[in-house]
Design a protein around this ligand. Structure first.
Ligand SMILES: Nc1ncnc2c1ncn2[C@@H]1O[C@H](COP(=O)(O)OP(=O)(O)OP(=O)(O)O)[C@@H](O)[C@H]1O
Ligand SMILES: [Mg+2]
Length: 424
């Protein structure tokens, strides 16, 4: 295969790459969606079974919104209906995003406003034709009332097979989860054939749904873990299929390792690597050097909030302060820790920090820094659990870990070879 690109082709590749690798927007189509078959099937099964609802939960940035976006095409495929919208045979799938502080009534108002009523049938999406459609709240004369659990249940009874997805549910007002618990119980008890899918950021279900034990059987809990290396590789493989590019093994390994299971970074670094290879080297073959340059660019363009957290955690007037090295050691240790919640044992920090500093270290070298990282003064980037002497730490924001790697590589605190070696 010929990897050299003409000027025009290189420019074109840099532009089209952004259609395949989209770090800033959730996935909308099934072709672009990598992995996650078990999770998708579990949700689709809960839709198929009357009385079953689903809760999708996971860390920031693991792909919750993307998963919830492909629920509709997945169940339409299961239902065996083609989606040219508006297709009257399509199952109704309605999605709303919670704004901070939305309560039960506000959320259902958002959802029901998307359900249009025409010719005595519910439907959604843009409807052509002369007849103006009314939404279901208008059709039922409910615009003026605040929606209660009972009213919502009654409206839902008239929307058989409907699927209602609520993203960012963790942002809802505190009492909301109790009302959802009540609603789900009522819907299951009365065998109403609709499915509610709640989506939110959390470690545990308890944080999202009140009294979840009492609806345990009615609520399928889908934990969305970080993506596996192979699933992330799927993102790069898809890019290779859709674009005239090839990632060297070393290049894709570096992208996948620094991504830490968070697909946002695979998209971001993948895209910047392609752009670097195309625009700076007129090549469609992505090498480790392109990835390295991409990491530098990614640091510059990283989300402001992530960059600000890193700066706050590591700033120091003293030149020999070790905040940057210690946070890097924490990031490496967190990566290697097998804990599913991202906790790491501080005892494991010593050897890694020793390698970074190239000298022997003791617990005293980093103990105070760990406490500092938990304080507001340093942005509370670490949190800890457990008892004194057996504390375990983790990054409060998982997106910070890849950023620490990118920044450390970009500023020469560590080389990519050294980092890769420490991560395995
Ligand atoms: N299965 C997937 N295949 C390919 N890319 C994915 C997949 N899931 C997520 N992504 C990509 O990862 C990034 C983050 O995804 P998404 O916005 O869905 O995460 P999220 O969990 O909803 O994040 P947040 O917690 O910030 O709401 C996006 O760029 C998205 O395109
Ligand atoms: Mg989201």
């Amino acid at each position: 295969m010929e990897y050299t690109l003409e000027y025009e082709a290189a420019q074109k590749l840099a532009v089209t790459a952004a259609k395949v690798l989209q770090p800033r927007s959730p996935i909308r189509t099934r072709e672009l969606f990598a992995g996650r078959w078990n999770e998708l099937t579990t949700v689709a099964n809960s839709v198929a079974e009357v009385g079953l609802h689903a809760l999708i939960y996971g860390e920031r940035g693991v792909g919750k919104t993307s998963l919830s976006n492909v629920i509709a095409p997945t169940i339409w495929a299961y239902d065996d209906t083609d989606p040219p919208a508006p297709n009257p045979k399509l199952r109704l799938v309605i999605k709303a995003v919670t704004s901070s502080g939305d309560d039960f009534a506000a959320l259902w108002e958002k959802l029901f406003k998307e359900v249009l009523w025409r010719d005595d049938k519910p439907t959604s999406g843009f409807l052509p034709g002369p007849k103006p459609a009314v939404n279901i709240l208008q059709a039922y004369g409910l615009q003026q009332q605040s929606l209660t659990v009972d009213t919502v249940r009654r409206v839902l009874t008239s929307l058989p097979e409907g699927v209602f997805i609520i993203d960012e549910f963790d942002r809802a007002a505190p009492e909301t989860s109790r009302e959802f618990t009540d609603l789900i119980k009522a819907l299951s008890d009365l065998a109403v054939d609709v499915t509610i899918v709640l989506v939110g950021v959390a470690d545990t279900v308890d944080k999202l749904i009140a009294d979840h034990a009492s609806i345990g059987r009615q609520l399928v809990q889908v934990h969305l873990p970080r993506m596996l290396a192979d699933e992330l590789r799927g993102i790069l493989t898809y890019a290779e299929k859709s674009l005239p590019v090839k990632f060297n093994d070393e290049a894709s390994d570096l992208i996948i390792k620094t991504s830490q299971g968070l697909p946002h970074y695979t998209h971001l670094i993948g895209l910047e690597s392609i752009r670097h290879a195309a625009l700076k080297r007129y090549s469609s073959q992505i090498t480790r050097m392109d990835v390295f340059e991409a990491l530098k660019t990614a640091v510059k363009h990283a989300e402001q909030s992530t960059a600000a957290k890193y700066a706050k955690a590591t700033h120091s007037a003293q030149k020999d302060a070790l905040y940057k090295q210690i946070i890097l050691a924490c990031a490496i240790t967190a990566t290697k820790s097998m804990d599913s919640m991202g906790y790491f044992n501080p005892a494991a920090l010593g050897p890694t920090l020793g390698k970074i500093l190239n000298r022997a270290v003791t617990v005293a070298t980093f103990n105070n820094h760990l406490s500092d990282f938990m304080h507001a003064k340093r942005g509370s980037v670490l949190e800890r659990e457990g008892q004194a002497r057996s504390y375990r730490y983790r990054f409060q924001d998982p997106l910070l870990v890849p950023y620490v790697f990118m920044h450390s590589l970009a500023t020469g605190l560590i080389t990519d070879k050294e980092l890769l070696k420490m991560l395995v």
